[in-house]
Design a protein around this ligand. Sequence first.
Ligand code: HMG
Ligand code: MG
Length: 298
Amino acid sequence: QLPHNVTIKEVGPRDGLQNEKEMIPTEDKIEWINHLSKTGLSYIEISSFVHPKWIPQLGDALEVAKGIKRNPEVTYATLVPNLKGLERALEADVDEVSIFMSASESHNKKNINKSIDETFPVLQEVVEGAKAENKSVRGYISTVFGCPYDGQVPIENVQKVCDQLFSMGIDELSIGDTIGVANPLQVQHVLETLSKDFPKDQLALHFHNTRGTALANVLTSLQLGFTTFDSALGGLGGCPYAKGASGNLATDDLLYMLKEMNIKTGINQDKLMQAGAFIQKKMDKPLPSHHMQIAYRG
Ligand code: HMG
Ligand code: MG
């Protein structure tokens, strides 16, 4: 028995763009997000208030957040690594802030320049500061299914980080396959284990499709009753601080599969494809997803 409704959280403007070398003009990002806001998506992660030296492509996060036309039906979120980032996110008046860290020591260090234990108090402050301003907080845990530096990640390490993040009072936690190594059996094992300790309806899945297993992993998650998935339109994406990480699960490919299985998302496929065509044209290269290639090959 599969769920009847699924929430898709669009992370394209953040995860999708953060690894792009060619700088995309701020006004194109704004226009793309405005297109996305009209597709029926209920959630868009629009940028990142990380250090602009670490992620140059998203150095214009404040201009983007201030420039978009907000749809009241949409939650607009950004990544925030620390208090400095929170300050900027509050100035931008985003609806939700997303804190992030890894289950593996080496990726955490490479990505946010701290050990796992050093990261907890930094994120705790962000959660408290955000809650004080009535912002909801999402957490991300990366490298759950494998780390590009440490290899296999013991489930106990994953549980420890999940436990700490939920203790801070986050509203949702997104379980990340940062480098796209997960397979359905592993997903089943990890999700069955985590759902013993943490509320299923507060867990989301964040798959990258580096090795082509993302949709299979979604199906396994659906069969276990999980209903929230992160994806990026056109299959853009990747983390510059995780060697070999590429494309997120594509929103358009995910939507197709769900729609064909009669699972409702509230998203209009034609409008979504138009939003994909818009950014593909601006980026002047074919986007990697199957549906963008079918629709706009040539
Ligand atoms: P750091 O160098 O250790 O920072 O970087 P610091 O606290 O030592 O501060 C150094 C300087 O940076 C200071 O300036 C701060 O003010 C400034 P100075 O006093 O020297 O002039 N600074 C900032 N400026 C702007 N915004 C800020 C900020 N923070 C400090 N927020 C830091 C630590 C976390 C900032 C850095 O490592 C960083 O920005 N990392 C972000 C890396 C990143 O964005 N990675 C990709 C996102 S995660 C991902 O993709 C995975 C995910 O998709 C899930 C999955 O797939 O698994 C979410
Ligand atoms: Mg990611």
